[in-house]
Structures are given as structure tokens and as C-alpha cells.
Design a protein around this ligand. Structure first.
Ligand code: CIR
Length: 263
């Protein structure tokens, strides 16, 4: 079984009503809370449909972006790492996630130096961990993560998230042991040499953030050309509404932590 996309567990967090104040690069209006909640329920149902156990945490009103749990931690088989988000309003989300991880893992490490790193900048593949430096993730954060994961036998490759792109995974996703979905602009940097790459279709870069979760590729709805490409390539695609999360630069990966802990 592939450790990079076969998961027994996931963690999600209910959206808070304060989500209307969530961070966004460009203001296209506040997300509609009720529509966000509906999409979130559909997302959790898709994760559960694969047989995974999904823990749904309570909403945290004091953290508008806390529904995007992926940024607060990295979950591997050997242990979990509590991140140090680079967005000041999100720093406290990591401390909220730590005790949850301690109930699931024997080994929970923490980024505790001066660096910053967010889960959205980390793509775990079958053979390595790719981390893109970005406005949220700096070299010191990457170096501290490298020290931690190398003790668990992982090699980490430091890369650069394209300018004006929030996170590395805003522009890419893992599809299987050897294949990634990527925007052409990220692939052009050469970071996926040695992988098979499927490009997002023309005009559909906004769907690069999908997740491979067990048998499914879960992607945002509204990107028919890329969905057709993935279907044709043999993936079982499920489309989930993402209109409201997209207003806050969120996609499919940010809404969950996905893992198979060995406690
Ligand atoms: C933020 O700017 O931090 C949130 N509004 C969106 C976070 C998306 N997270 C992710 O892609 N991993």
C-alpha cells in the first residue's frame, strides 16, 4: 500500500462563523457561511466514503482560517510535526492542533525555532518530501522540518513556490506513487523531474489543489477539462463545491490532515 495516499484517518475542523474574516489575497467578497458548511459536509462525506475514520474538531471562532487544518501540522506514519504558520493570525492554530495529534501519535514533534512553515507548502510523495518556500514558509522553518523528518528516514527537497502563489500545493497535488497534477507554471520550474506530470487544463489552474485520498481523487467542482483528463487517465474523480473556500484561497488539501498513524 502506498503511504503517500493510502490513509486510515483524517482530521477536519468545522468552519467558524468568523470565517467571513478569513485571510485572502484578493477580496472577491466574504464566503457564505451556510454554503461553506454544505461544501465542508460533502468533503467529509467523500473522505469517509473511502472507509477512513474522520475526526471532526469543533469550530474555533478566534481563528477565522482554522478550517484549513492542513497548515497547522504535517502527519506522517512515524509521527506528526506541529507547524509554525507564517501568517500571524494563524500562529495559534498550531497549539490547538498539538493535543489532538498527541491522542493519535506516540511521536509529536514541533517547529519551535524562529522559522515559519505551513502545511500547504509541503507535498509528501512516495519517495520524498517537497517543500516550497513562500511568503508563509522560510528557510529556517524548512531546515527545522528537515532535521525532524530525516530522523524518520525521509529525504526533503527545498523548492520555491512561484511568486504570488499562496502555497506550493496551491499549484500541485499528488495523484499516485509517480504522478503529480501541476500547473504548467510550477512544472516549468523543473521541480517534478523524475515524476509523471499531468497539467491542469488551459484556464483551470485553480483546480491544481486536489487530493488523492485512498481510491479517490477529490477535486473542486467547476473544472471540467481537468476532470476529464484525470478521468481519462484512470482516476476515480469526485468533485466537491469549493466556491466559498476559494474566496479565501483554500482548496481541497487545506481542509484535512490525512494520515495512518502507527501508535
Ligand atoms: C490563508 O490564507 O491562510 C487561508 N485563507 C487559506 C489557507 C489555505 N491552505 C492551504 O492551501 N493549505
Amino acid at each position: 500500500m502506498s503511504r503517500s495516499f493510502t490513509f486510515t484517518h483524517a482530521i477536519c475542523r468545522l468552519p467558524s462563523e468568523s470565517i467571513v474574516q478569513g485571510l485572502r489575497e484578493i477580496d472577491t467578497g466574504a464566503p457564505q457561511f451556510d454554503v461553506f458548511c454544505k461544501h465542508h459536509q460533502d468533503y467529509i462525506a467523500a473522505l469517509r466514503s473511502t472507509g477512513a475514520e474522520v475526526t471532526v474538531l469543533n469550530a474555533l471562532e478566534e481563528f477565522p482560517d482554522s478550517v484549513f487544518v492542513e497548515d497547522a501540522a504535517l502527519c506522517l506514519q512515524e509521527g506528526a510535526v506541529v507547524m509554525r504558520p507564517g501568517a500571524p493570525t494563524r500562529l495559534g492554530e498550531a497549539a490547538e492542533m498539538a493535543p489532538v495529534l498527541q491522542t493519535l501519535y506516540k511521536d509529536v514533534q514541533k517547529i519551535s525555532g524562529s522559522g515559519f512553515i505551513e502545511g500547504g507548502d509541503i507535498l509528501v510523495t512516495e519517495k520524498e518530501i517537497l517543500v516550497g518556500k513562500s511568503a508563509r514558509t522560510d528557510a529556517a522553518g524548512v531546515a527545522e522540518l528537515r532535521d525532524i523528518v530525516s530522523n524518520w528516514g525521509y529525504s526533503l527537497r527545498e523548492l520555491q513556490t512561484p511568486p504570488d502563489v499562496l502555497h506550493f500545493k496551491t499549484d500541485c497535488s499528488l495523484l499516485d506513487e509517480e504522478t503529480v497534477l501541476s500547473t504548467k507554471r510550477l512544472d516549468a520550474s523543473g521541480c517534478f523531474e523524475g515524476y509523471k506530470v499531468i497539467h491542469t487544463a488551459e484556464g483551470e489552474d485553480a483546480c491544481a489543489n486536489t487530493i488523492r485520498f485512498n481510491n479517490l481523487v477529490i477535486m473542486p467542482s467547476g473544472f471540467p477539462k481537468t476532470a476529464a483528463k484525470l478521468d481519462k487517465a484512470g482516476y476515480e474523480v469526485v468533485e466537491i463545491g469549493n466556491s466559498e473556500a476559494a474566496k479565501l484561497d483554500g482548496g481541497m488539501s487545506c481542509l484535512s490532515l490525512r494520515f495512518s498513524p502507527t501508535k
